[in-house]
Design a binder for this molecule. Structure first.
Ligand code: ARG
Length: 473
């Protein structure tokens, strides 16, 4: 057991208490953030004359060395320390002696862990954003290929009107685009540096918090030290954004699972992204999509868990907050792996356009267009709706589609029908006449695709500080 705070204690900590309290098993994931934060702190202490140039150099070199060894796997983080902060500090003191003891000047583990979590979350937001961008590229590629691939659009899981695969995919493009925009918003709100908040009440050392913030690419320091050490809003916001990403992935997965079923047969998953059954040789299961759908639960759970942890915590730091880590880390890894795997699965999926087209032709998806035909020939819409309803009923009895009715049969129900009705209710026309912005018609779709292409070409550079912010630092 190695602790930083033995001084005022006369008894050893009980073993069970020690283990219950320790966080090293999971906060070791923060080692990089912790060391980078410490290095910025040391540079600032040097600039302020709190450490000499020589002391700072010695500490910085050693921290750099520890970081490299950890990255390269030459140094192992052992469970004998309470947390990652103690581990790094002890390792430093072990290597350079007394000067290492100066690292923690003007700092508390409370603002240290607040900083580490922010740095870690910030990196994760950037990684998730990049993965979403890759997924969007895959979706856009499918959209570009399939502006003429007709498929049924559904409401209530009943065939409704024909759309195209490009249009259907475009809906998901919008969802993940909004997800990215949520991440960018959260980033803007959270990118402030809590280091220098001390335990809760700042410190008497003349710290330059602007300098530390600048070193670490923050827009500036947080403005209240009690809030600085105890704010986890940004993590709650991020987990909420992650939960929304998972909700979108889960809806998409559900559709892939349906489309992959024998009954739909709209897609063929690649062998590399499917699994078999140990007993039924014919099976090719959509396990990736099912797992993504299933893993949505734990990400929702992480959000609910952190909201509950934070509820009722008085100012400022309380140990409850240590409970943010396991759930947040798990959610972060889950979301990233789900986006990555889902993207791989989608990119290798073969779309069975013949089956989609055949499915769209059944189920009267052109009934609305038949009614619109009558409206265009002067029949009030409500009457047209009733006439086409009668036609559909007749078709169901005969087991045929509307376009299989002869003109005489159609005219027997409404004399308004002419030969050109067949053209008007063809699948191609049903889709391509829908040219309102956001609709499935090929021309409307191509305009949207051009907008999305331009959007995807823009690169988000979150760590480049905005100009006006630069000056204030
Ligand atoms: N392991 C702690 C956490 O995750 C670090 C902060 C410890 N601070 C304290 N006052 N015990 O929150």
């Amino acid at each position: 057991m190695a602790q930083l705070w033995g001084g005022r204690f006369t008894k050893e900590t009980d073993q069970l208490v020690y283990r219950f309290n320790a966080s090293i098993a999971f906060d070791q994931a923060l080692y990089k953030d912790d060391i980078e934060g410490s290095m910025a702190h040391v540079r600032m202490l040097r600039e302020q004359g709190i450490l000499t140039g020589e002391e700072a150099r010695e500490i910085l070199n050693c921290l750099e060395e520890i970081l490299t060894e950890l990255i390269e796997g030459r140094l192992e983080i052992t469970g004998e320390y309470e947390d990652i902060h103690s581990f790094v500090e002890a390792e430093l003191i072990d290597r350079i002696g007394d000067v290492g003891k100066k690292l923690h000047t003007g700092r508390s583990r409370n603002d240290q862990v607040a900083l580490d979590m922010r740095l870690h979350t910030r990196t994760d937001i950037i990684q998730t954003d990049m993965l979403l961008r890759e997924l969007l590229k895959t979706i856009l590629h499918i959209m570009e290929e399939h502006t003429e691939t007709i498929m049924p659009g559904f409401t209530h899981l009943q065939k409704a009107q024909p759309v195209t695969l490009a249009h259907h995919m475009g809906a998901y493009f919008e969802m993940f685009r909004r997800d990215r925009s949520r991440l960018h918003d959260i980033f803007k709100r959270m990118n402030y540096c809590p280091l220098g908040s001390g335990a809760l009440a700042g410190t008497t050392y003349p710290l330059d918090r602007d300098y530390t913030a600048q070193q670490l690419h923050f827009y500036g320091p947080t403005l209240n030290s009690m809030d600085g050490v105890s704010d986890r809003d940004y993590l709650i916001e991020y987990l909420s954004a992650c939960a929304t990403i998972m909700m979108h992935l889960s809806r998409f997965s559900e559709e892939i699972i349906l489309w992959n079923s024998n009954e739909y047969g709209f897609v063929e998953l690649d062998d590399a992204y499917s699994t078999g059954s140990s007993i039924m040789p014919q099976k090719k299961n959509p396990d990736i999509a099912e797992l993504v759908r299933g893993k949505t639960g734990r990400v929702y759970g992480a959000l609910m868990s952190l909201l509950t942890v934070m509820k009722g915590i008085p100012l400022a730091y309380n140990k409850d907050m240590q409970e943010d880590k396991e759930v947040a880390f798990d959610a972060m890894e889950t979301v990233k792996s789900c986006i990555l795997l889902f993207n791989g699965m989608l990119a290798t999926t073969v779309f069975r356009t013949d089956r989609m087209r055949a499915s769209a032709s059944q189920g009267f998806t052109n009934a609305t267009d038949a009614a619109d035909y009558l409206v265009n020939h002067g029949v009030p819409f409500r009457d047209a709706h009733g006439i086409v309803g009668q036609i559909v009923l007749a078709c169901i009895q005969k087991g045929i589609a509307i376009e299989d009715m002869s003109l005489a049969e159609l005219q027997a129900i409404s004399p308004v029908f002419e030969e050109d009705v067949y053209e008007a209710i063809s699948m191609e026309n049903c889709v391509n006449k829908r040219l309102t912005v956001g609709g499935p018609g090929k021309e409307a779709m191509e305009e949207v695709i051009a907008i999305e292409r331009k959007y995807l070409d823009e690169v988000w550079e979150p760590l480049v500080l905005p100009q006006e912010q630069d000056e204030s630092i």
